[in-house]
Design a protein around this ligand. Structure first.
Ligand code: CUA
Length: 345
């Protein structure tokens, strides 16, 4: 009876887990990033180590399970003599030495390989034909990523543009609590700690978009603290840089002009900066080129007028606990702000 209940319990648990895996929550990015598809030398070194360790673990698993199944079958109680124990071998010195030394050797091999991989991953990025490393400062906030290019005078959020083939040197710090910076396809995790600067780097070798995330629980919206590395050709990157460096065009339509007016006279300017305007707040994301970004609220919503209106109507409905309060804006004001903000290309 007990074994039957246990069977039911495990079947139910596995069934629930299977259903949970199938019913993926709706996300801006349908596909999850995987360290099994590396796109940088560092990530490749990590993947290679991971694959070797997986094979070693699989081999150990098969050997141990095979011995276990063999012992269970070979020494099972026989119907003819149900009360006879097989020969007991505890205290067998050669066997105990063997099963101490074998795992020690396996772990020593894994240890040496891990140290070598850590060396590869931690080595400072070399200058390549594509140029000196590009410095990017990333500041973790509850719950979004601020991205600064100090040498280029650019401040943005959530989307990290970088040129393929050129090493990128990251300086990571936090404005509040501990976060962790992780782009599975490009590099391992690095803690992002207030009052301290940690370094990470990678050189992306294929153009594409690589999803990043916070990998350290940092509060209610930890799961909605995503970002994206957009690796593009040097020419595309230069175009992006030139666009980011110039202030946004003045709003062209009456609706967008009213939106600018609304932005400058509401609480918005207390927290957000828009270059070339009176808005110089530093608490929230810099919105100078908001319209050119892919997402709103650190990957929570894709950047469309409908989603922006939903966010402005009540940020707490979209991302409960986010620092942006519900400003109780009228629908008219929301329409104006959407027109203005989406015009900031
Ligand atoms: Cu930031 Cu988790």
């Amino acid at each position: 009876m007990v074994s039957r209940n246990r069977f039911l319990f495990w079947s139910l648990l596995l069934g629930i887990m299977g259903l949970a895996a199938l019913s993926q929550p709706t996300s801006v990015w349908a596909q999850s990033p995987t360290p099994f598809l590396p796109a940088s030398p560092s990530a490749r070194a990590i993947r290679d180590l991971m694959v070797i360790i997986l094979w070693i673990a699989a081999l150990v698993f098969i050997v141990v399970e095979a011995l276990l199944i063999y012992a269970v079958w070979r020494y099972r109680a026989k119907p003819s003599e149900p009360d006879t124990l097989p020969r007991q071998i505890h205290g067998n010195t050669p066997i105990e030495i063997a099963w101490t030394i074998a795992p020690a050797i396996v772990l020593a091999i894994v240890f040496v390989m891990t140290i070598r991989t850590m060396g590869v991953v931690a080595a400072p990025p070399p200058a390549t034909a594509a140029g000196e490393p590009l410095l990017i400062k990333v500041i973790g906030h509850q719950w979004w990523w601020e991205v600064q290019y100090p040498e280029l005078g650019i401040v943005t959020a959530s989307d990290i543009h970088d040129p393929v083939g050129r090493p990128v040197q990251f300086e990571l710090t936090s404005g509040d609590v501990i976060h962790s910076f992780w782009v599975p396809e490009l590099q391992g995790k690095t803690d992002v700690i207030p009052g301290r600067t940690n370094n990470s780097h990678f050189t992306v070798d294929q153009p594409g978009e690589y999803l990043g995330m916070c990998a350290e629980f940092c509060g209610a919206q930890h799961a909605r603290m995503r970002f994206k590395v957009i690796a593009e050709s040097p020419e595309e990157f230069e175009t992006w840089v030139a666009n980011q460096q110039s202030p946004p065009a003045e709003p062209a339509t009456p609706l967008a002009q009213q939106g600018q007016q609304a932005f400058m006279t509401n609480a918005c300017i207390g927290c957000h900066t828009i270059d070339g305007t009176a808005a110089q707040g530093k608490t929230g994301p810099n919105l100078t080129h908001f319209g050119s970004r892919d997402t709103i609220a650190a990957g929570t919503l894709s950047n469309t007028p409908e989603n922006l209106a939903r966010w402005l109507r009540n940020p707490q409905e979209v991302k409960p606990g986010a620092l942006m309060p519900n400003l109780n804006l009228s629908e008219t004001t929301i329409d104006q702000l959407v027109a203005y903000l989406e015009s900031l290309q």
